[in-house]
Design a binder for this molecule. Structure first.
Ligand SMILES: Cc1ncc(COP(=O)(O)O)c(C=O)c1O
Length: 927
């Protein structure tokens, strides 16, 4: 304070403002809104300081500006305790400047922060280090030279006195060197609850140092939402746990929230004992006086995640001089830079791309087909990041990833239970593999013309059918899409748990094409295949779980005959697998490029298969060879590597933000008078029938993180809040026209999926506040357009419009369930599986199939003929095959197709009609 300028006689906010007297409920920081709240509050205070600077009119106070400044300072005091930078000292200095009426200094302090926000790096603490210094108090804001090094925050958890805290932070700072690869700032919180709040609110925290002196409850008052979320997470008795157990508990809770964090333990007493008990929770344990080692470990921990072996190898290669006597003329720009005609290629893509193109697999580069160095390293890091035992990078999208997994698991004749509504790559893969496909139907959402997801009861029912038919041993795999295109998310753990209770060696393929981001948010993560497999693995070792499973089995099987109880009992019981016999064989395929940073086609296969090395490694390798190019695209691989780095270091922040942004659009659509007249965001209540929900909130995340947490813990299905299905029926425009004409052509807004009366908007980790504001603005403009259009209509046009709207809002012919395979392709009449490959290849025989126009086909079906499809018929939207090879055509399918106003129908030739199999002699030995 020594050189502080004397207070002026300007209007002041009044020194009486202390910690908030009431909770700031509406604007209390929660993990999902804190990033916006912080930015807005700092920006508001900068604005207020600017307004007040040089103003001497005391009536300003009456205008509410001062009250607002006080309120916002209270918000900052609730938030900044969890940030090292700018941190509490900076906020205290700001409060003091406002209280003294020194608005010039307040402006300097606020702008120092907002300049950081603008540059997306709010933590240039060198400039902020001493808020009381004369430079800060007197000099006008000037741009700080940005430190190019990536920055992060380290959280220390210990209840220390102010002096000890200052000494500790100073000691850590004294270790810093200009040559360090990263810079970090240190924040200290006193308690377990504060530590959890800090890692939830502050995504820049990358490492936590635990010291045994921490207390348990927070001294701040978390808002209701955060309080409830913490209460659901923290066991009641933690405060009385012995110190060792309390430390381990906190480590587990932190890892449960953000598994990527590096944890360090600094303790003096019993450090050896703690080391023995801590398992792999901590990166390292230290004694108190080892700050240099601690500093180096902090840097190394982050370097581990920052590492991108393949991206580095590509960069290194591109900088090395080389002469190419091999394929790939574009390599090093050879065929481009000297060309007279295609120079623009080099200009557009830049020389780096051409320098990075190579077909070499040595010199630091690696072979995707036999990875031994940098690609192997990239795959290992990806496995760690996504919680997999192994990860394989794929350069041809999840379409190929799915084919690889299917081929690696399924032998001809194996029964695979598949969602009929799944992506076409599964159907083609099952056809290639020669699977006996048993299709299951997702629950339909006829009103909106798309499907939900497959109820667990349907899956269990199907497995029990096979058990009754004596064919359970033939059932090899279940494949489901999580989440669905429309954002319906399964309870993955429960599905696997209950299915394994019926068939303990069942393999699961979860198509997570749309869900790669989910691994980086604590609530989403629980419903990913890898996290669910890990949770089941832990359960299978838990003595209490083993006991409960044993008791349940005793009740489900007759003690004397060993016969299972009636199927109804199995269907109505929440089944637990037998941990002794159940095997966890779980695969997930992810289109990294759809939801994380990666070039198009970048995908990953994550494996959590306890039997991989002895049952599947060889077939997996062969399947991988079958489908992988011998010239995989290095840029895609490098982008997967760097996309993984980003997910590990800032995935949590970005995923939270994308969900929040989507919800802000939903809120706006629900509140805006004109928007709600034409549009409606479909809620959980619209998308998930009541029988699959235990919680009541229509949009859980809008009620807070705790509500989302509860729904995601308990409901059979939940909706991904980062996706919005907008009902547009009241505009009188169908989904396809809305997408092309109104969104793309008029406003350059790109969406992918539509249905008859809905448009799907997805946020992603690249979505910004301004793109969301643009979307809202466009929706308002469109609503105004529809409003104007209506007011200009005469009575006839209005009547016609009314009819169009009624048709769009009304329910069309129901989505047709999978009918059945023709008897020739089935195994028996007790089960439903069909030999899709036999059906497909039947059509290769000359004269085996022909075409029928819809009218002729309808006549034959109505006449009772069994007409069998020769191929896949897939309308876009909805994008799943309405017919597959070998499937019997029904009236319901034809009515549905007739009502469909889709332009694009793969497998249907408008000039020739449907391709059908001509004749089907009975197959010996079959039904
Ligand atoms: C559920 C699902 N699985 C797989 C795929 C194929 O993914 P990719 O485009 O990466 O080949 C898609 C594509 O939209 C999909 O929706």
């Amino acid at each position: 304070m020594a050189n502080r300028r004397p207070a002026r006689t300007h209007p002041r906010i009044g020194a009486a403002v202390k910690a908030p007297a009431v909770k700031i409920d509406d604007e209390y920081p929660t993990p999902s809104n804190v990033w916006r709240l912080r930015t807005d509050v700092w920006e508001y205070l900068a604005y207020a300081a600017k307004q007040l600077h040089g103003v001497t009119d005391p009536t300003l106070a009456e205008k509410g500006l001062f009250d607002e400044v006080k309120r916002r300072l209270c918000i900052l005091e609730a938030v900044e305790a969890y940030w090292a930078v700018p941190g509490m000292a900076h906020v205290a200095a700001l409060r003091a400047r406002f209280e003294e009426g020194d608005h010039a200094a307040a402006l300097v302090l606020t702008e120092a922060v907002t300049r950081g926000f603008a540059r997306f790096e709010p933590d240039h603490e060198d400039h902020l280090a001493d808020p009381d210094s004369p430079a800060v108090a007197l000099e006008p804001a000037r741009p700080a030279l940005p430190d190019p090094r990536p920055r992060f925050e380290v959280l220390v958890v210990d209840d220390m006195s102010e002096t000890v805290r200052e000494e500790f932070v100073a000691e850590m700072f004294s270790q810093r060197r200009g040559t360090d690869a990263f810079a970090y700032a240190v924040n200290v919180v006193p308690s377990l609850e504060d530590a959890l709040i800090a890692v939830l609110l502050n995504p820049t925290i990358q490492a936590c140092i635990l010291r045994p002196g921490f207390s348990v409850p927070s001294r701040h008052r978390p808002g209701d939402d955060l309080r409830k979320y913490l209460d659901a997470m923290i066991e009641p008795g933690v405060a009385v746990y012995p110190p060792h157990e309390r430390i381990l508990k906190l480590a587990d809770l932190l890892k449960g929230l953000r598994p990527e964090l590096d944890l360090y333990l600094v303790a003096d007493v019993s450090i050896e004992e703690l080391a023995g008990a801590s398992g792999r929770r901590f990166n390292r344990l230290f004694r108190r006086n080892e700050s240099m080692e601690l500093h180096l470990s902090l840097l190394q921990g982050v370097a581990e995640r920052y590492k991108t072996p393949f991206f580095d190898a590509v960069q290194h290669h591109s900088r090395k001089p080389a002469a190419v006597f091999h394929a790939l003329p574009v390599s090093r720009g050879g065929s481009v830079v000297n060309s007279r005609w295609i120079k623009d290629m080099g200009e557009f893509y830049g020389l780096n791309l051409l320098h990075a193109e190579t077909s070499a697999t040595s010199g630091g580069l690696d072979s995707l087909l036999d990875p031994r160095s940098s690609i192997k390293g990239a795959q290992q890091l990806a496995a760690r990041a996504f919680g997999a035992r192994r990860t394989y990078l794929v350069t041809n999208g999840t379409s190929t990833a799915n084919k690889i997994v299917h081929q690696s698991i399924v032998a001809p004749g194996d029964v695979v239970i598949a969602d009929r509504n799944c992506h076409k790559s599964h159907h083609y893969a099952l056809m290639l593999a020669g699977a006996q496909v048993a299709y299951v139907d997702a629950y339909p959402l006829d009103e909106y013309s798309f499907y939900g997801a497959v109820p667990l009861k349907t899956l269990k029912g199907m497995l029990l059918d096979y058990r009754r038919a004596g064919r359970l041993d033939e059932v090899k795999m279940v494949t489901l899409t999580n989440c669905t295109f429309d954002g319906i998310v399964y309870d993955v753990q429960r599905v696997m748990e209950e299915c394994l209770a019926i068939k303990p060696d069942l393999v699961f393929l979860w198509d997570e094409a749309w869900f790669a981001f989910a691994g980086f948010h604590p609530i989403y993560r629980r419903r990913t295949a890898m996290a669910a497999a890990a949770a089941l693995e832990a359960n299978f070792k838990d003595p209490d779980y083993i006991e409960r499973a044993k008791a349940q089995r005793a009740a489900l099987f007759d003690a004397e005959t060993g016969q299972p109880a009636d199927d109804q009992v199995w269907l109505s019981t929440r089944l637990l697998p037998d941990p002794e016999t159940a095997r966890l064989r779980v695969y997930a395929t992810q289109s990294t490029h759809k939801t994380l940073t990666s070039l198009r086609q970048g995908s990953m296969i994550h494996v959590f298969d306890q039997d991989f090395s002895h049952l599947n490694e060889v077939t997996f390798r062969e399947a991988y060879m079958t489908h992988t190019s011998t010239s995989p695209n290095y840029q895609i691989l490098a982008s997967l590597d760097i996309g993984r780095r980003q997910a590990e270091l800032e995935g949590y922040e970005l995923v939270q933000r994308q969900a929040y942004l989507a919800q802000s659009v939903a809120r706006m659509v629900a509140r805006h008078p004109l928007l709600k007249k034409y549009f409606r965001v479909l809620s959980t209540h619209d998308l998930i029938p009541e029988e699959f929900r235990a919680t009541a909130s229509p949009m859980p995340l809008q009620d807070g993180l705790a509500a989302m947490d509860e729904a995601w813990r308990t409901d059979e299905f939940v909706v991904d809040p980062s996706r919005l299905t907008l009902h547009i029926g009241k505009t009188g425009v169908d989904g396809d026209t809305f997408k092309h004409k109104y969104l793309m052509d008029l406003h350059g807004i790109q969406v992918n999926k539509t249905s008859r009366n809905t448009v799907l908007f997805m946020t992603n980790i690249g979505t910004s506040r301004s793109s969301v504001a643009y979307l809202i603005d466009v929706l308002v403009k469109l609503a105004e357009h529809f409003e104007r259009e209506q007011s200009d209509m005469g009575p006839l046009a209005l009547e016609a419009r009314k009819e169009t709207v009624a048709a769009l809002i009304g329910t069309p012919p129901p989505l047709p369930d999978f009918s059945r395979f023709a008897d020739r392709f089935r195994s028996d009449d007790q089960t439903t599986d069909g030999d899709i490959r036999a059906a497909y290849f039947t059509t290769y025989k000359t004269g085996s199939c022909g075409y029928l126009m819809p009218k002729q086909l309808a006549e034959r079906v109505i006449a009772g003929d069994e007409v069998v499809s020769a191929g896949f018929v897939t309308p876009y939207p909805p994008g799943f095959p309405i017919l597959v090879p070998g499937q019997v055509v029904t009236k319901e399918i034809l009515s549905y197709m007739e009502a469909l106003d889709t332009r694009e129908i793969h497998g249907f030739d408008p000039n020739l009609g449907y391709r059908v199999i001509n004749e089907l002699p009975a197959r010996p030995g079959r039904v």
